[in-house]
Write a new protein. Sequence first.
Length: 151
Amino acid sequence: MKITIKGLYLAALLCLPVTAAPAQEIVNAGDLTLAGYRASCGPVQTVLMKMYDIAEARDGRIFLNLRLLERPRAQQMFWYTHECAHHIFGAGEARADCWSVQQGRVQGWLTLAEFDALSKGMYVHPGDATHAAGPARVAAMRACYTRTTIT
C-alpha cells in the first residue's frame, strides 16, 4: 500500500470537525452596537444576516444585512433608524427616510457631509413600487434634514 503526501493531507482534512457559520445572529433589544454606537428601537430585536436587501422591518424585528456593518457609522445608523421608523410609524418609505435623517441630525451621527455620502449611494437607484427614484428620494430627505422641526 503506497501512501502519498496528498493522500495523508486528504485524510487529515476528513478528520477535521465541520462547523457551519451561523446563518444569522439575533441581537436582543438594547444590545446592538453599530460602529461603536448603541442603537436601540425600544423592544425590537435585530437580526444580523446575509440577505439581498440592505435592511428591512418585518415580523416585529429589524433585519440588517451583514454587509451594512462594513459601511460608515452614519450609514449603519441611517438604515437601522429607517427600519425602526417602520416599527413606529408603519409602512411608508418617505416617512421612514425623513424620520431617520432628522434623528441623525439631532443625535449628531449624521453630519451634512455624511448625509451627502449617503445620498450619493441612493441617488442612482431607479425606485420601485414603494421607493421613490433616487433623485426624488434624496431631495425629500434633504428637505427633512434641513427642517428645524421633527416630523
